[in-house]
Design a protein around this ligand. Structure first.
Ligand code: MEV
Length: 312
């Protein structure tokens, strides 16, 4: 079984979480850590799931029900019915499942890839794999924008926008390496709940939401240009500004804010929460390897888990 063909990546959102649900442009970077999936057909009907993925404490228990629904949705979207022909799924890889890293999307995209290669040939196109991942993501949260599964499927640094039809996305060109430190608060957030809460607040006060959206739209427009020009200092300032907007949206929390402040104090040129928020992850932009190491060391004093990555 060609397990290396089933890899699906984790991701960090550099700009635009939550607002991307409402069709704002966003920028997302896939990280090299991946989830893979081995699919075995069984003699008896039934579904067996073996989950060998590394995870922060409590992640798997807290996401178990949503994960079961997501796997079921992906299987049925691709016409695999374990009540007719039994299936064992073995999830692995080096992506540490933490809230905000896109582990749910990586899981369902790797499952779609496993189905694609399970007959010995690649039967699905990349767009079909991405679409299956999107259906699966609905199990984790009802109204996904599609950004996580798109990053999990295609990798790289992407500009992404949701539309009424298929999403629009393209690779972003950038001249110099983008060094990142990211840290988990150790708190697992429910994307369904946090996205639902933002929706209720928006419906209660459309003017408040539109004002945040307006400021974000001009911010991300500048971020795209700054990325292409390789201006890390300005990019960092824009990440800080995006974090401020996410605080206004009420999706940050004290644990995230403390890590953001500590990263900036240790030399990061910018820092923000990334993903769902109210727990989950934050990320810091570090201009050199030296700063990357010192920011990681500072965050390790506060966060249960800290990683370094570089988009190159
Ligand atoms: C989650 O990684 C990103 C959110 O914007 C939800 C979504 O885009 O589906 C919070």
């Amino acid at each position: 079984f060609p397990i290396d063909q089933t890899r699906a990546f984790g991701k960090l959102i550099l700009f635009g979480e939550h607002l991307v649900v409402y069709k704002a442009p966003a920028i997302v970077g896939a990280i090299s850590a991946y989830t893979d999936c081995k699919l075995e057909y069984l003699d008896e009907p039934g579904l067996e799931v073996v989950d060998n993925r590394p995870a922060v404490p409590h992640y798997k228990e807290e996401k178990k029900d949503e994960g079961d629904v997501a796997i079921g949705l992906t299987l049925s979207h691709l016409g695999v019915d374990p009540s007719i022909r039994g299936v064992r799924l073995i999830f692995g890889g080096d992506l540490c499942c933490a809230s905000g890293i896109g582990a749910s999307a990586a899981q369902v995209v790797s499952l779609a890839r496993a189905i694609s290669v399970s007959n010995g040939t690649r039967s699905l196109t990349e767009d079909e794999i991405n679409a299956a991942g999107y259906e699966g993501e609905k199990g984790y949260h009802g109204t996904p924008s599609g950004i996580d599964n798109t990053a999990a499927t295609f990798g790289g640094l992407l500009r992404f926008r949701r539309t009424d039809g298929p999403p629009v996305f393209e690779k972003v060109k950038f001249p110099s390496a983008i060094r990142i430190v990211y840290a988990s608060t150790g708190i697992t957030a429910s994307t369904t709940k946090v996205v639902g809460d933002v929706r209720s607040r928006k419906e209660a006060d459309e003017a408040w939401f539109a004002n945040i959206m307006d400021r974000y739209t001009s911010l991300v427009g500048e971020a795209e240009k700054v990325l292409e020009a390789g201006d890390m200092n300005r990019l960092g300032e824009l990440m800080d500004a995006n974090h401020g907007l996410l605080q206004e949206l009420t999706v940050s929390c004290k644990e995230l804010d403390d890590l953001v402040v500590a990263a900036r104090a240790a030399g990061a040129v910018g820092a923000k929460m990334s993903g769902t928020g109210r727990g989950g992850l934050m990320m810091a932009l570090t201009p050199t390897e030296e700063v990357q190491n010192s920011v990681a060391a500072a965050l390790e004093k506060l966060a249960p888990q800290v990683w370094k990555t570089t988009f190159a």
